[in-house]
Structure formats: structure tokens, C-alpha cells
Ligand binder design. Structure first.
Ligand SMILES: Nc1nc2c(c(=O)[nH]1)N[C@H]1C(S)=C(S)[C@@H](COP(=O)(O)OP(=O)(O)OC[C@H]3O[C@@H](n4cnc5c(N)ncnc54)[C@H](O)[C@@H]3O)O[C@H]1N2
Ligand code: MOO
Length: 403
């Protein structure tokens, strides 16, 4: 496979291909879960409002409800007191109702005045001090939803807001896509798990932690395979033990190294394509299947693992669950640095925003995970571009992808 710059695959093309693969292998099984179990899950069917919200006209203020149409400007006696949760009775002609925020408007009332704008006379009658408008301070029935409205599309990711909305409609449980089962493999004989002593030439396995934690946040069930030894037979056996998984996600061993036992074993029982992406970090990526199970192989450098997971593996997984909008949002901020050397690969700099300007971590080596811990997101530097300080650059906050 050529590694000529012209052969580099643009990120957008790689993403399109991955999303097409995801669309072809959706995870469609569903389960019903209570709202407290639904955090981070993907809604299986559109949620239709079973209620008008609010179910009745109600007051937006603590104050007094009256019938403006019949009122001549005179002080009004208070006929009833209505709290949120009260059941109102008909507003008697020539009276007003004491009403509190959220209480249903009594039939016959068409206006609420806030208590700050009235004077309560010694005999208990209420004098209205300001001009009034029909329907002022009234929250109309159905202003938020009408019965049958689609409030959440199928494929919505369920976060606090979506779950709150479902609760406001009286929904105790929701049908969601089942959790994807993702096998996480780390490759490389140099890797050691934290807690164990390091031998010569060894480093601690950080990608496993990054990927397992991230996948859990994404609502996946992680099948943590740990470190695969650099040995074909042991790798074969580890893969054969996997059981039912929806994705095999590995890190490391995807470049041109010679110790690519995982690749060898995957190829024996499947297919594997090597992609060279026009992004930095994260150039090498493998994509294929093992006995029909999709495989994504991320590059092993920690910042490369992070960037390829954020921009490719995460959208791919979400799309398999039916999420339509999978590309992280970014926004433009003035750059706090100069970019004078146009690159052939789109760069994702670990950066943060300080005093309204994007600043990057000084060491952008793909081996430095600390760059990402220091950063609050990624500055996207497009291919073949340069910019000066103050020019707008695209900033993708980590909060957009770390969920
Ligand atoms: N001759 C070439 N060499 C390399 C190329 C190339 O095009 N030609 N590409 C470079 C780029 S870019 C990247 S990215 C890496 C990708 O390498 P691999 O995915 O094969 O990863 P490894 O060689 O296994 O590891 C790279 C680096 O990352 C460390 N690593 C791996 N796994 C972990 C882990 N789980 N936790 C922490 N650190 C890990 C590993 O020790 C290496 O330092 O290849 C370049 N080389
Ligand atoms: O893609 Mo590599 O990730 O540039 O180090």
C-alpha cells in the first residue's frame, strides 16, 4: 500500500466510509429501561407527547387572576386562593383569584397581574395599579407540546435534558437500543498494566484505560481483553475466546511495524484494510472484520488513539445505534498562535481557550497524553492552510466528544 502523500485519505472520506459501514450493520435490538438507567443510551423510537404541556392554562407569576374582559377598573375582592396543585373553581364575576406560579387558571380568568403591581386594600380587595393586557402572565395550555407531537426523534442520545423532558411527559421508562459490546485490545510487548513493575523498554498501558472509560461513557459494554502478547497463537486464542461482540477495537500495531500479530490473525479469519489518513495525529488506521465482526484498529500513540477515537470510532459506534448527528460541534475562536507551515494532513492540536484565544500545548508529540489532559479540546488546522494570531480557528471542545 502506497504511503505517498497523494494516497492519504481525507478525514471526511474516511468518516463517510465508516458511517456507511455503520449504517449497513446497525445494532437494532432494543430494551425497555427506566429513566434512571437510560442516561447516555439511544432512544429506539420517536417519543410522542402523551400530554399537552402544560395540561391547562396556568399562571407564570405569583399574583392575582381576573377576567379582564368584564372588568371596569374597580378593586376586586378575592374569591379563591390557588396554589400549584390546586383545583380551581369558576371565577365568580366581579372577583379575582389569589394565584401562585404554576397554579391552574380558574375558568373565566384571562389575565394575571403580579403581586408587586397591586395594592391590597384594608377590606381585602385588590386594586390593580398598572394597565393590564389580556392573557398577560398566562402560560397557555399546550404551549410546549400538544398530544401527539414528536418531542424526541428516534436516535436521540439521552442526557439529563432529554430524560427530564421524558419525565415531564410522565414517561417512567423508554425503549432504547441495547448496549453495544465492544472488545478492547491493546497490542505491544512493551505494555505493562499499572500496578506492576516496569521491565526494560516497557511502558504502562494507557490506551486501554482511555478506551475502556470512554466506551463506558458512551453506553457500551466493554469486553476488556487487556494486552495481547506479540504471539500469533496466543492472539488467535484470545480472539476465539471473545464471544459475541459488536466491535473489536484495538490500539497499536497498525503502522508498518513487524510485530503485527493481531493483523495477521485478523486477516486469517477476516479482512483488514490499512488506511492512511490525512490527519495528524492518527495517520494509520485499520478497518475490517474478523469472522464478520467489525474491527477498528487505532494507532497506538496515545494522542493518536484519542483523536481517532473522537473523530472516527465514536461517530461510527453512535451511528450503529442509529444516532444521526454524530459529528462533534466546534466553534471559531481567535488563534493565540501563528501557523506558518501549511501541512498535508489536517492537524488536531491539543489546545485550550485562554482569554478568548486558542492556545496549544507546547509539545504536540502524539506520544504525549499530558497534552490532552492540559487541553480543553482540539484546534482543527485544515490541510494546506496558514494563519496569523487573531485569525479564527475551529475549536472542538472535549465536552463534545467525551460522552
Ligand atoms: N516507518 C513508519 N513508522 C511509523 C509510521 C509510518 O508511517 N512509517 N507512522 C507513525 C505514526 S503516525 C503512528 S501514529 C505510529 C502508529 O503506530 P502503531 O499503531 O503501529 O502503534 P505502535 O507501534 O504499537 O505504538 C506506537 C507508540 O504508541 C505506544 N503505545 C502503543 N500502545 C499503547 C498503549 N496501549 N498505551 C500506551 N502507549 C502505547 C507505543 O509504545 C509506541 O510508542 O507509528 C509511527 N511509526
Ligand atoms: O499519526 Mo501519528 O498519530 O502522527 O503519530
Amino acid at each position: 500500500m502506497s504511503s505517498e502523500p497523494s494516497a492519504l485519505l481525507p478525514l471526511d472520506t474516511a468518516l463517510e466510509r465508516l458511517l456507511a459501514l455503520a449504517d449497513a450493520t446497525p445494532i437494532i435490538d432494543c430494551e425497555e429501561v427506566t429513566l434512571d438507567q437510560a442516561q447516555g443510551r439511544v432512544l429506539a423510537d420517536a417519543l410522542l407527547a402523551g400530554l399537552d404541556l402544560p395540561p391547562w392554562d396556568n399562571s407564570a407569576m405569583d399574583g392575582y387572576a381576573l377576567n379582564l374582559a368584564d372588568w371596569q377598573g374597580e378593586p376586586l375582592p378575592v374569591g379563591q386562593r390557588l396554589f400549584a396543585g390546586s383545583a380551581p373553581t369558576l371565577l365568580q364575576p366581579g372577583s379575582c383569584a389569589r394565584i401562585f406560579t404554576g397554579a391552574p387558571l380558574p375558568e373565566g380568568a384571562d389575565c394575571v397581574e403580579m403581586q408587586e403591581n397591586v395594592e391590597v386594600l384594608a377590606d381585602g380587595r385588590v386594586r390593580f395599579l398598572q394597565p393590564l393586557r389580556t392573557r398577560q402572565n398566562v402560560r397557555p395550555k399546550g404551549q410546549e407540546t400538544r398530544i401527539g407531537d414528536c418531542v424526541l426523534a428516534a436516535g436521540s442520545r439521552l442526557g439529563p435534558i432529554e430524560l427530564g423532558l421524558a419525565a415531564s411527559l410522565g414517561q417512567a421508562s423508554l425503549r432504547v437500543r441495547r448496549r453495544p459490546r465492544v472488545a478492547v485490545l491493546s497490542t505491544g510487548d512493551e505494555l505493562v498494566e499499572p500496578g506492576l513493575p516496569l521491565g526494560p523498554g516497557q511502558i504502562y498501558n494507557s490506551n486501554r484505560r482511555v478506551l475502556c472509560s470512554w466506551l463506558q461513557r458512551l453506553g457500551c459494554t466493554v469486553v476488556d481483553v487487556g494486552i495481547l502478547p506479540d504471539d500469533a497463537q496466543a492472539t488467535r486464542e484470545a480472539l476465539a475466546r471473545l464471544g459475541e461482540v459488536d466491535l473489536i477495537l484495538s490500539s497499536g500495531g497498525v503502522s508498518v511495524g513487524e510485530a503485527d500479530f493481531l493483523g495477521q490473525v485478523l486477516r486469517e479469519a477476516g479482512e483488514l484494510a490499512f488506511w492512511k489518513l490525512a490527519i495528524k495525529p492518527g495517520k494509520p488506521l485499520t478497518c475490517g472484520h474478523y469472522r464478520g465482526v467489525p474491527v477498528l484498529g487505532l494507532p497506538g500513540n496515545p494522542a493518536s488513539t484519542l483523536v481517532t477515537f473522537a473523530l472516527l470510532a465514536r461517530p461510527y459506534l453512535l451511528r450503529r445505534l442509529g444516532v444521526t448527528s454524530v459529528v462533534p460541534l466546534g466553534f471559531d475562536v481567535p488563534s493565540g498562535f501563528v501557523w506558518s507551515k501549511p501541512g498535508k494532513r489536517r492537524e488536531y492540536l491539543r489546545a485550550r481557550v485562554e482569554q478568548g484565544r486558542a492556545v496549544m500545548y507546547a509539545n504536540q508529540s502524539s506520544g504525549v497524553l499530558l497534552s490532552a489532559a492540559w487541553a480543553e479540546g482540539l484546534v482543527e488546522v485544515r490541510e494546506n492552510t496558514t494563519f496569523s494570531e487573531g485569525d479564527p480557528v475551529r475549536f472542538i471542545p472535549f465536552s463534545e466528544v467525551l460522552n
